[in-house]
Design a protein around this ligand. Sequence first.
Ligand code: NAD
Ligand code: UD1
Length: 340
Amino acid sequence: MNSEFVLIVGGAGYIGAHTCFELLVSGYNIVVLDNLSNSQKESLKRLSTLTGKEIDFYEVDIRDSRSVDLVFEKYGFSSVVHFAGLKSVGESNSFPLKYYDNNVSGSISLLKVMDKYNVKKLVFSSSATVYGTPKELPIPETAPTSTINPYGQSKLLVEKILVDVAKADPDWKIANLRYFNPAGAHFSGLIGEDPKDIPNNIMPYISQVAVGKLEKLSVFGGDYDTVDGTGVRDYIHVTDLAKGHLAALNYLNSSQECGFSSFNLGTGKGVSVLELINAFEKASGKNIPFNIVARRQGDVAACYADPTKANKVLGWKAELDIDRICQDAWRWQVNNPTGY
Ligand code: NAD
Ligand code: UD1
């Protein structure tokens, strides 16, 4: 199975590049397709340095069906891992059509080409954002879904489309991966998260405060019903997450069962903002100045995974803890102060 090609859509981005690494070192042949709207070719160059393998890359938008079709025609893909999406909640509130077009229409375009070429194994990047305000913790895959912003809505819509596609045609095998909070970087310090503007997410924000690029962190809310009043999240090392994709792909390749299946990819452990700041200070040896400010609209108090299903079905488990996440995030930040 490993001799066939896997198409990695959005593979030049943060999670995509880490997944490409894990697939390459496991012997998969990959082709990357990305429009570089939020990434740079340099990530792929560094992957080649790390693995000693050349990567076939196509700078193509998934909505450009004709160009995607040509790539499918050229290779006999066995499966697709689909990361391509816009991911900023704030931006999605301002430009909902941009998000629905890119994330939903883009996914439909891709699925149509897959269908045409009879490529029916898919790993999809969803998010814990589909759980909305969780009613139970840790969150199992069976928890109800709801969203309050166009970004989250776009993920949930694609999930629903995938459910219908798998229902209509039993040949489809779809692993829907709901990520909790991806963070950290590759151990080498060569690939990592490279946000274009001021980061929205806390890990890249803290890194930039530690390196002196940003002045101080605003902690959004100190009065939640949590261990210390700050928001609690399930931070998962991006390398663990990447290995989750490898496990999902291996599962789709070996399982006789067909259809759509969701998996939580998280550690199962909640970490508060203050605990995260402490861990980052320890890893970096730097002081992280912060102010506790008002809650951010749309935030939940606590969100962490029940990852039992991924463990049982995929044989996958997150192994790296918050200290390791911070050490690797810091190494990436110090080695690449201006990104790629
Ligand atoms: P990223 O922006 O680094 O990677 C996404 C990649 O997709 C980028 O390289 C971008 O250029 C590409 N892309 C976007 N739209 C495209 C299009 N129309 N055609 C071709 N390529 C396109 O983001 P990431 O953090 O690696 O996230 C990957 C996926 O995981 C996204 O779908 C995101 O919504 C989802 N996700 C991310 C997080 C997170 O915290 N990073 C959490 C949950 C889910
Ligand atoms: C956010 C998105 C979510 C998306 C996820 C991954 C919102 C409301 N949610 O999740 O939809 O799937 O990113 O991209 O934007 N925090 C601070 N100060 C900061 C930034 C964050 O205190 O400057 C806190 C937050 O209040 C939260 C925690 O840090 O408690 C994590 O925040 P963040 O990294 O933005 O992730 P989520 O809010 O979980």
